[in-house]
Design a protein around this ligand. Structure first.
Ligand code: ADP
Length: 633
């Protein structure tokens, strides 16, 4: 029979497994048991509607068997089984989830073998302990059974085989023992029992093994009752796991490690979650839930590939892997499980959407999640910042989506960079720290904090002792537009809005200056034809001679954003040149307008370019600008 080759990336993973010096090789058992449990889930689900399955909930089991002489360890299940094509598909390539994530991680840091044990590497982990792996499987509904066999990286074979019952058997021929590696320990019943307890206790099907036990021989009638009792050994099929899923256990009976371990295992994350939220509700609707806040965003989180949703169980049977209706979009990072007996088992997806119980549950969960996040924000700020770095963007999308419908629910969760404090602050912290004279919440949006701190308007506010929130993410600028105000303070954009800083006298002075500048402004408008729509004087510029502000509601940052999103549709934002009438360079320009209009035009060009630079906009014709400067020098 000809050998088939593994796909390239699978081979790489496999090579790692085979040559692994990883100390937690024992996790292979967890992986195989978890696959067996998944396969049973699938058949158990089918059995709800398909009479022909002929199995009840209590008939399902995962069995461990050992053959010490032949060094064989077998994990078998009566789950859904695999067809020939599925064997090819699933065992010949790195399938998905855990393994794929693993691979991605691997590309970043090839050396880090230790990562193996941190999360699911799936079926291939069997090669850490076995030199030959044989899989016998018969798929539910099919007549033929198939055998997949491989001794490692040189390929695998698939051939027909005899198997009477539906399900899968994974047979490991354990590697030979060496000085430092005793693979034969995986043939010992106590070792296996411990491993099941440690990693797979919550699996909801019995994991059984024939255990050798001993008992006192009952005394025969008439036997001397004082005689030392005799012992005999016998074997008994024993269930090794408690089968109580973590989410059904009382909070006090579960350690943090157990909660974290369950999360890593179930959701293929190697980093422990920032928080776990066990929930038990009895009342109008009865349910238990266990929710997690991950510490970092999965690599596909901000793409269409990411599937949100919680696992939905009904009386211990998984009925949906990703129940989307249980969490609002803005909390789509939350992972977890919901288990309720109040749902009919064979409820359809469409019916679920309109299910009243589900709506109540999701409303409750949302509140719990928010509570947990707020308490993390208050008591574990560092963790909260970590959370916000990973998912803050999602919360901001939540604020601006659906016409701001969720803004009240989310605004307390937001963090922004405070230029004054040099750290992330909540809106509440910002407002509470505002000096009496400050009437608005100031913010500036741009590429980086460094750029923003050079805005002339910022420097003016700084002189006043007012803080400014720096926003550097695409979505940021839309947040204050949606919120409009917070604690009765409205938001003012440094780049576009009236900052409302001038005193009455200053305003008067500005009006006089404007009147005085009337001709100069007209001159500039003509001199900078096509570049600006207008010029105006302003007292908000601090030490700076000029700045450019956008005309109309859209900012330069938004213009850039839309241009990135859809270059063809982008509409250029018109610019207004603001002048600081106090600045010597501007005064010089004013004088030149009457004395030497040609030179004044050149000055206008230079000042306009200054405005571009400060607003973080490109100089349209860099060469012409350089020549102009040189000619003036
Ligand atoms: P994962 O479990 O992350 O999908 P694995 O490498 O562990 O990755 O398994 C690959 C696939 O092989 C599984 O998704 C499943 O389709 C199939 N598989 C593995 N073990 C079994 C089993 N005992 N019964 C049925 N299918 C199985």
């Amino acid at each position: 029979m000809s050998k088939k080759q593994f796909k390239a990336e699978s081979k790489r993973l496999l090579d790692m497994m085979i040559n692994s010096i990883y100390t937690h090789q024992e996790i292979f058992l967890r992986e195989l048991i978890s696959n067996a449990s998944d396969a049973i889930d699938k058949l158990a689900y089918l059995a709800l509607t398909d009479q022909n399955v002929g199995l009840n909930r209590e008939d399902f089991a995962i069995d461990l068997r050992v053959d010490k002489k032949l060094r064989l360890l077998t994990v078998s299940d009566n789950g859904i089984g695999m067809s020939r094509e599925e064997m090819e598909q699933n065992l010949g390539t790195i399938a998905k989830s855990g393994s794929l994530q693993f691979k991605q991680e691997l590309d970043k840091d090839q050396q880090d073998v230790d990562i193996i044990g941190q999360f699911g590497v799936g079926f291939y982990s069997a090669f850490m302990v076995a030199d030959t792996v044989t899989v016998l499987s018969k798929k539910y509904g099919e007549t033929e059974a198939w055998m997949w066999q491989s001794s490692g990286a040189d390929g695998y074979t698939i051939s027909p085989c005899e198997k009477t019952t539906v399900g899968t058997e994974v047979i490991l021929k354990l590697k030979a023992d060496s000085e430092d590696e005793k693979f034969s320990r995986f043939l010992e019943q106590y070792e296996l029992q411990n491993l099941v307890k440690k990693y797979s206790d919550y699996i909801r099907y019995p994991i059984r093994m024939e255990m050798e036990k001993s008992r006192q021989k009952p005394k025969a009638e008439g036997e001397d009752q004082d005689k030392e009792p005799e012992w005999e050994s016998y074997t008994e099929l024993t269930t090794l796991n408690s089968m109580v899923p973590v989410w059904l256990k009382a909070k006090k009976d579960v350690t943090d490690e157990e909660y974290d371990g369950f999360y890593k295992d179930k959701f293929f994350d190697y980093e422990k979650p920032l928080a776990h939220i066990p929930i038990s509700v009895e009342g109008a609707v009865n349910y238990k839930a266990l929710l997690y806040i991950p510490a970092k965003a999965p690599y596909d989180f901000y793409t269409k590939d990411y599937k949100k949703g919680l696992q939905l169980y009904s009386s211990g049977v998984l009925i949906m892997e990703h129940c989307e209706d249980l969490v609002p979009d803005y909390f789509r990072f939350v992972r977890g499980v919901v288990d309720t007996a109040d749902l009919s088992l064979n409820i359809s997806r469409e019916m679920l959407q309109h299910n009243r119980q589900l709506a109540i549950i999701s409303g409750n969960l949302e509140k719990k999640i928010k509570q947990e996040l707020l308490s993390m924000q208050k008591d574990r700020r560092e963790d909260y910042e970590k959370f916000f770095a990973a998912f803050g963007r999602q919360l901001k999308y939540g604020v601006v989506s659906d016409y701001g419908m969720h803004k009240d629910a989310l605004q307390e969760l937001l963090l922004f960079w405070s230029a004054k404090e040099q750290k992330l602050v909540t809106l509440k912290e910002y407002v509470e720290a505002m000096p009496e004279a400050q009437k608005h919440i100031y913010f500036a949006a741009g590429e980086s904090n460094a750029r923003l701190s050079q805005l002339p308007q910022y420097q003016r506010l700084q002189e006043k002792g007012f803080d400014v929130l720096f926003m550097t993410e695409d979505v940021d600028e839309f947040v204050p537009r949606t919120l409009m105000n917070y604690m009765e303070k409205d938001f003012r954009n440094l780049a576009t809005d009236d900052l409302d800083l001038s005193s009455e006298e200053e305003k008067k002075a500005a009006e006089t200056a404007a009147a005085d500048w009337k001709e100069g402004l007209d001159f500039l408008k003509t001199a900078l034809e096509g570049k600006i729509v207008r010029a105006e004087v302003s007292t908000d510029l601090g030490k700076h001679p000029v700045c450019l502000v956008p005309e109309g509601g859209m900012s330069f940052e938004m213009e850039k954003y839309f241009k990135r999103m859809n270059p063809e549709m982008a509409m250029p934002v018109e610019k207004v040149l603001r002048l600081n009438p106090e600045h010597p360079a501007v005064q010089k320009l004013k004088a030149l307008i009457t004395e030497d209009p040609e030179k004044a035009k050149q000055y206008a060009q230079v000042l306009y370019a200054q405005g571009l630079i400060l607003a973080d906009l490109p100089i349209e014709d860099a060469q012409a600008y350089t020549e102009l400067i040189c000619s003036l020098l």
